[in-house]
Each structure stands twice: as structure tokens, then as C-alpha cells.
Design a protein around this ligand. Structure first.
Ligand code: UDP
Length: 322
């Protein structure tokens, strides 16, 4: 299929372009490069453009005879979204409407949307399945939930077919070292711990040691970026085969604590990672772990990277060379 990968120069988007090309599809990458990197566009043609530019999107959809869209373009810093919600609703919601309207105008009716476990808010129970109530506790999670609701209603009214993939914690890099995670500023745990281990920055801060978890630190479900990418390709093929629109969680189903991440990176570097214990970060739930059984049942998908060391290992390789 000819697939427009919106936000395809970013972390998860670029790994998905790679996986699409490997699976025999034709990605066309559309990105404004505010967060993405031109070096990460290595599979498919590149069009530089903004998500809000409906005219350009219509032109690209038509000229490239696009059959489906995968939409990654969004701001994704939880803390920033609390400080500056306008930026999040403007880009993640309003600009997404430009994309959806360009698609409807061009008769492109299949979309895979990057959603998030942040749309669940503080979980009532873990593991979290797709029926868990969605009560986001920050504007980022709410912006993603709003788009899920828009997809639902556009699906009902305009026959738009959609899958909202609710990611847990994306991590790792292409094991061949061609692309990897690169954010500025970096706020994610695994790259920060690796940088601390490589002495590129001071000790890593552990945000909270008094959670009711096995070692007092927060637990997350880390999922390898290539496993995420593979699920996007499967979701696309599922919709193309007449599959039903729905949200689907993407996680391994297994949680690891912040201390376990430090220990894993310590095994890569051969010595303990320097750290400091600090207060909790506002808005962080104690534990987020996916129930990934719908992804298995509907998409035949399962995370191939199950062990934290395997996920962290690919990130370690990438960061230590970059
Ligand atoms: N975390 C931490 N120190 C850091 C960055 C993150 O202790 O410097 C913790 C954070 O509180 C959370 C987990 O690591 O419990 C994963 O955070 P990240 O920002 O990577 O992803 P999030 O879960 O916020 O999407």
C-alpha cells in the first residue's frame, strides 16, 4: 500500500517507515521537522510540511495516490502540556482536523492513529485493557482522547476506518543502528539513564521512591519501538482487509520499575549508574502495564522484545555510538 506517514521523521514514525518498507509497502514521509530529523527519513520520499496545511496534504494525498495514513505528528511532553495546553490542543487536535478533512476530501478513509496509555489517567486496576475508563490527568492525554472521539464520530458519519493504538512506554532503537531515539530536550527515562551511565550528564534523578510498588519506584511497560512499528503495519493490513475500527493497547504486558531500568543499564555499562532519589513527578501514576490481549486477538501481534535487557540493549548500542 502507499502510505502517508505523518510525523514520519520522528522516533516512532521513522521506525514505522522502516518497517513498512521492509514489509513491501511504500511509505511517503510528511513532517515539518520541528521535532523530527531529516536524517531519520531513510525509507520513502520526503515531503516537508505542516500538519495544519490542508492544501498541501490534499496535494500530497492526490499526487502520491495515498491509500492510508499513519498519523504520529504530535507534541508529547506531559509536563509541557500542563504549562502550555494551547500548544497541545492547537497542534494535536485542531491540526489533526486538517489532516482528517484533507483525507475525507481526497477519499482516503483509513487511518492508524498514535494514541497513548496517558488517555487512561490514574489506572483503577492493572493490567489495563481497552475498556478501562479514560480520564486523562493532563492536556497531552486529553488531546489524544479528543482525537479518538473525533475518529469515532467521523467513522460513524463518514465511513472513516480507524485504529487508535494506545502505546505504553516506547523504547529501544533499530538494532542495525540506522535510527534511534533523539529528543531535545530528552525527558524519557531510558535515554537519560544511558546518558548518566556514559557520563554525558550527572546522576539520574529517580522521581519518587515511596510508591506502593515492589521497590518503591514507578513501574512502566516498556515496549520496543520496532514492535510498535510492526503493530502499525498489521493494523493497516487489518483495516485494508475490512477489519473493524477500534482502539488497541500496545505493551508487553510486563512492568519494570525505575530501579530495574537503572540495573539493566548498569549491566550494559558494567558498573552501577549514578543516581539521586527525588520527589515524585507530578501526574505520574504508580504503575502502567498493558493488557495486550486485544492486539494478539485482532492483529495476531505479540511483542518480540519481551526482556527489558533486550530492549535497553538496542538503546544502549544506539546512544553509545551517537
Ligand atoms: N523517571 C525518572 N527519572 C527521570 C525520568 C523519568 O524517575 O529522569 C520515571 C518517571 O517518573 C516514570 C518513568 O521513569 O515513572 C518513565 O518515565 P518516562 O518519562 O520515560 O515515560 P512516561 O511514563 O512519563 O511516559
Amino acid at each position: 500500500m502507499r502510505v502517508l506517514v505523518v510525523g514520519g521523521a520522528g522516533y516512532i514514525g521513522s521506525h514505522t517507515a522502516l518497517t513498512l518498507a521492509d514489509a513491501g509497502h511504500e511509505p511517503v514521509v510528511y513532517d515539518n521537522l520541528t521535532m523530527g530529523h531529516e536524517w531519520a527519513v531513510q525509507w520513502g520520499e520526503f515531503v516537508q510540511g505542516d500538519l495544519s496545511d490542508g492544501d498541501l496534504l490534499r496535494k500530497v494525498l492526490r499526487e502520491h495516490q495515498i491509500e492510508a495514513v499513519i498519523h504520529f505528528a504530535a507534541f508529547a511532553y506531559v509536563g509541557e502540556s500542563v504549562q502550555n495546553p494551547r500548544k497541545y490542543f492547537e497542534n494535536n487536535v485542531v491540526s489533526t482536523l486538517s489532516l482528517l478533512h484533507a483525507m475525507l476530501d481526497s477519499d482516503v478513509r483509513q487511518i492508524i492513529f498514535s494514541s497513548t496509555c496517558a488517555s487512561y489517567g490514574i489506572p483503577e486496576q492493572v493490567p489495563i485493557n481497552e475498556s478501562h475508563p479514560q480520564n486523562p490527568i493532563n492536556p497531552y492525554g486529553d488531546s489524544k482522547l479528543m482525537v479518538e472521539r473525533i475518529l469515532h464520530w467521523y467513522g460513524e458519519a463518514y465511513d472513516l476506518k480507524w485504529i487508535a493504538l494506545r502505546y505504553f512506554n516506547a523504547a529501544g532503537a533499530d538494532p542495525q543502528g540506522r535510527i534511534g531515539e533523539s529528543h531535545d530536550p530528552e525527558t524519557h527515562l531510558i535515554p537519560l539513564v544511558i546518558d548518566a551511565a556514559l557520563e554525558r550528564r550527572g546522576p539520574v534523578q529517580i522521581f519518587g521512591t515511596d510508591y506502593a510498588t515492589q521497590d518503591g519506584t514507578a513501574v512502566r511497560d516498556y515496549i520496543h519501538v520496532l514492535d510498535l512499528a510492526d503493530a502499525h503495519v498489521r493494523a493497516l493490513e487489518y483495516l485494508a482487509g475490512g477489519g473493524e475500527s477500534q482502539p488497541i493497547n500496545l505493551g508487553t504486558g510486563r512492568g519494570y520499575s525505575v530501579r530495574e531500568v537503572l540495573e539493566s543499564v548498569g549491566r550494559m555499562s558494567g558498573r552501577p549508574v549514578p543516581f539521586e532519589e527525588g520527589p515524585r513527578r507530578e501526574g505520574d501514576p504508580p504503575e502502567l502495564v498493558a493488557d495486550p490481549s486485544r492486539a494478539a486477538a485482532v492483529l495476531g501481534w505479540r511483542a518480540l522484545y519481551q526482556e527489558l535487557d533486550d530492549i535497553v540493549g538496542t538503546a544502549w548500542e544506539w546512544h553509545s555510538k551517537s
